[in-house]
Design a protein around this ligand. Structure first.
Ligand code: NCD
Ligand code: ZN
Ligand code: ZN
Length: 346
């Protein structure tokens, strides 16, 4: 097969940033995706409905001429978030989800939750009104090995929270382990998982073998090959609980290529090419539409996009930019380390 037509995809986990960086990267997402869930981890974070409304306006203003793209806004959950403000933001259609960052877990998460008891009033309100919680699923205590943080989060935070509030709909974002996949697959409802492009392609060797490779460093950090294989199996299974959230997370090169580099991988420009490659390798191209275009909207209670896009497999490797130059500085684009032959037909 060398042509595949699918409904236009969506990205259920995206970092657009703000200002000059956003202006430089937004076109890459708007080109291939109709909608994206926009992460709220700005500095300062997007906490209130008013913050989200203002951020949404800045996003719309930054869109290139003619782009058709809908940002789905999220609120950053803090211990002082007002349940009524969240409820109003949901009711007006402004926000699609609330985002939980355990304090200190990842880029710009200092205002995240330390004590879950303090977040319970908001979480209870969300369960009542049917508003989704998106979680960065890692514990942050210093005594837990960084490669175990996701598995420990499931046992010590996620599972107790789901037992305490079974009505709450939760998306476990950027799942990186077989433990996470197995936990979601075994759950009896109200739990789904997003999977990134890069975690389908890299394992921890890609970060560490032959020298430290900062452009493969992200959080949750890539794990062993056995975990990557479990992610590929889940993504290509057609199981409606798994869908694409690229976690495309641009940082300028100087912030990555340094003594303490930021976490985040920029995959927006070549995600669809990478995914077609991965799905073809698994003989699962017929399930790419479920993963990228159908399962996500179904989970969030939205209709799939009516518009179609066609992926074409070329005879020669396709070109994509190695760097995206932005007003904030250059951003290195994810290198899957194999040539890409698939591209979205323009
Ligand atoms: N994924 C990352 O490595 N980084 C994200 C934050 C996140 O999604 O955890 C970022 O904002 O840079
Ligand atoms: Zn995260
Ligand atoms: Zn992210």
């Amino acid at each position: 097969m060398n042509r595949l037509t699918i409904r236009r995809p969506d990205d259920w986990h995206l970092h657009l940033r703000d200002g000059a960086m956003m202006e430089g990267v937004i076109g890459d997402t708007a080109r291939d995706f109709a909608r994206a869930i926009i992460m709220p981890n700005l500095v300062p974070p997007v906490v209130t409905a008013a913050d989200a409304a203002a951020y949404r306006e800045r996003i719309m203003a930054a869109l290139p001429q003619g782009a058709v793209f809908t940002p789905l806004m999220t609120l950053y959950l803090t211990e002082t978030t007002d349940p009524d403000d969240v409820a109003r933001a949901h009711e007006s259609g402004l926000v699609t989800a609330v985002k939980l960052y355990p304090a200190g877990a990842t880029t710009n998460s200092a205002s995240g939750v330390r004590n879950f008891d303090n977040a319970m009033p908001v979480l209870e309100k969300m369960a009542e009104i049917g508003l989704n919680l998106c979680v960065h699923g890692e514990v942050t205590s210093a005594d837990v090995d960084i490669f175990d943080r996701e598995a420990v989060f499931i046992d010590t935070v996620l599972d107790p929270l789901r037992k305490r509030l079974p009505e709450l709909k939760i998306t476990m974002e950027h799942v990186t382990t077989k433990d996470g996949i197995d936990y979601i697959a075994a759950a009896e409802g109200n739990l789904a998982g997003s999977i990134t492009t890069h975690h389908l392609i890299i394992n921890r060797n890609d970060i560490l073998v032959g020298g430290i490779r900062p452009h493969y460093y992200c959080l949750p950090v890539a794990k062993r090959e056995a975990h990557r294989k479990a992610l590929v199996a889940a993504a290509t299974s057609g199981d409606a609980r798994f869908f694409l959230g690229t976690d495309s997370a641009p940082h300028v090169d100087p912030a990555k290529e340094c003594g303490c580099g930021c976490a985040g991988i920029y995959t927006a420009p070549n995600t669809m090419s990478c995914l077609a490659h991965v799905f073809e390798n698994e003989d699962a191209l017929d399930r790419l539409e479920a993963f990228a275009s159908l399962n996500g909207p179904a989970w969030y209670g939205l209709s799939p996009n009516e518009e179609r896009v066609t992926l074409v497999k070329r005879d020669e490797a396709v070109d994509y930019p190695k760097k995206r130059e932005t007003g904030a500085g250059p951003v290195t684009v994810f290198d899957p380390k194999f040539p890409l032959f698939w591209e979205v037909e323009r």
